[in-house]
Design a protein around this ligand. Structure first.
Ligand SMILES: [Zn+2]
Length: 493
């Protein structure tokens, strides 16, 4: 036996002992589900999966759909469908769900991916490729919800068993941390950490030990008093926090200022080497959008007392991603992207429409987004754009769901006000995937003010007086939107 071999053996033993040790300490326990080879692809039986996870199932639509009810989420499978619904999110899978009249089979790799990106238990395919290994769900504390009340807040912990209230301890430590220790608690830390935070809680941490669970909340305000309850059905532990009144009032004032509509970002579409659409008179979309933007900005600055930020105020090329970045970094409260439409086909198409960032519903809308997105090909490849599948648009929309209601309202008011001033047809509020709107952390819309491909409208859009009318209408819409937006926020406390 040579020296090298001995070293290798020693190494091997030390690795084995470490992994054995790790195996003993593993928490939470894992479960195995067998894989079914169907046509050379590994599938997982939905009923086995549900049974393994002690999850309730329900068939409906004449047994063509199966619902799995996880403690914090639900999964919906449809026979022969390439999409799986988890909560409200649609996930695409590599192959359609197979239905044998009794059970549903999901491609293992797709299921794995879904488990790992949702708050469902995580899983892996074991190295022998015979089993699907999944963490066994034994959590009894699932999620947290913070609710703001007149003179304090509630922390609601969603639980799936009763706890002895006398053994639950609350303690305070430096840096504004308040910890609740729950003996025999098992935390779904992902569920907790992914819960929506609200004033006065700014941060949550979880610590799981074999005897107890500890959840720590960082509070922004001094807690005057607290109480712990448990609902009679043991579905929640509720902690009431009474917050120092003066600090609370200050906070509300601060929030009011934060949400005053004090900055409007105007984004004139295209620019520089990207002319956008071109009319029969030779006029460029980029020229029209810049002129409307400037007319609008001037009016806002003069009469609204609101700051105006332009993504460009001259004939320069700005990549789409940078436009949203400028908006976010300037603390914008509204983002307006101004464009002019054009169609290769129907030259009689005319009118104005306002878009929201959402999956496109009609071919026309998708076509408009494709044309507006095509400028990416002129950009230097410094930014990686998300490939726009419906799923990715839904994800991008979710990121801005806080502003969705405001964006919808803004789009509606813009259409109404344009309709009052222009004689062109009102084509309504539409939706599609526009890269320029992705990531805007404020209400945002894209306005197509008219069609350059229509002879009559092209002529109108070439007139300064017509562009002034458009700016006037958008300005009026902004006044209405600002009033509504601020009154909603000011009355929110
Ligand atoms: Zn455009």
């Amino acid at each position: 036996m040579n020296i090298k071999l001995i070293y290798n053996l020693i190494f091997l033993f030390s690795v084995l002992s470490v992994s054995l040790f790790a195996e003993q300490k593993k928490d939470p326990p894992v479960e195995r589900i067998s894989l079914h080879d169907i046509g050379g692809i590994n599938y997982i039986s939905a009923l086995e999966f549900a049974q393994n996870q002690s999850v309730q199932t329900r068939f409906f639509d004449e047994k063509n759909k199966l619902e799995l009810n996880f403690p914090d989420n639900r999964m919906l499978l449809s026979a022969y469908c390439s999409f799986v619904l988890v909560g409200d999110n649609i996930h695409q899978i590599s192959r359609p769900v197979i239905y044998d009249g009794n059970d549903f089979f999901i491609p293992a790799k797709s299921l794995l991916r879904i488990l790992n990106i949702t708050n469902l238990p995580d899983g892996i395919v074991d190295s022998s490729e015979e089993y699907f290994v999944i963490s066994a769900p034994n959590y009894n504390i699932h999620s947290v919800q913070i609710e703001r009340k007149a003179n304090g807040s509630l922390i609601r912990l969603r639980t799936s068993q009763g706890f002895n209230l006398n053994t639950i301890a609350i303690s305070f430590s430096g840096g504004g941390w308040m910890s609740i220790t729950i003996p025999s608690g098992k935390i779904d830390s992902l569920g907790i950490v992914n819960s929506l935070l609200q004033y006065p809680i700014s941060q949550i941490r979880c610590m799981q030990s074999s005897e107890s669970a500890q959840i720590s909340f960082r509070t922004k305000s001094k807690i005057d008093d607290y109480e712990v309850f448990q609902t009679p059905d043991a579905s929640e532990i509720i902690i009431t926090l009474r917050i120092a009144m003066a600090e609370n009032a200050n906070k509300i004032k601060e929030m009011r200022n934060k949400w005053l509509l004090d900055t409007i970002v105007i984004d004139p579409g295209h620019g520089g080497k990207d002319p956008g659409a071109i009319g029969y008179t030779g006029i460029h979309e980029k020229t029209i959008t810049l002129d409307i933007a400037k007319k609008l900005g001037k009016k806002i600055r003069k009469n609204m007392g609101v700051k105006v930020i332009y993504t460009r105020d001259e004939d320069v090329f700005i990549p789409l991603w940078k436009r949203t970045k400028i908006a976010n970094e300037s603390g914008g409260k509204v983002f307006l992207s101004i464009h002019v439409n054009s169609t290769g086909g129907n030259k009689s198409a005319r009118g104005f429409e306002t878009y929201l960032l959402r999956p496109g519903k009609t071919e026309d809308a998708i076509g408009v987004a494709q044309r507006e997105n095509s400028v990416i090909t002129l950009e230097e490849a410094t930014h990686e754009y998300t490939n726009f599948t419906d799923e990715n648009i839904i994800l991008a929309t979710m990121a801005q769901s806080t502003f969705m209601k405001e964006s919808e309202h803004l789009a509606e008011v813009i259409q109404t006000e344009l309709d009052k001033i222009l004689t062109s047809p009102n084509r309504g509020v539409k939706q599609a995937g526009f890269h320029v709107l992705v990531g805007a952390s404020m209400p945002n819309v894209l306005i197509e003010v008219g069609f350059l491909s229509n002879k009559k409208e092209c002529k109108l859009l070439g007139k300064s007086s017509y562009r002034k009318k458009i700016a006037e209408a958008i300005y009026r819409a902004l006044i209405i939107f600002k009033d509504k937006y601020e009154s909603t926020i000011l009355s929110a406390d």
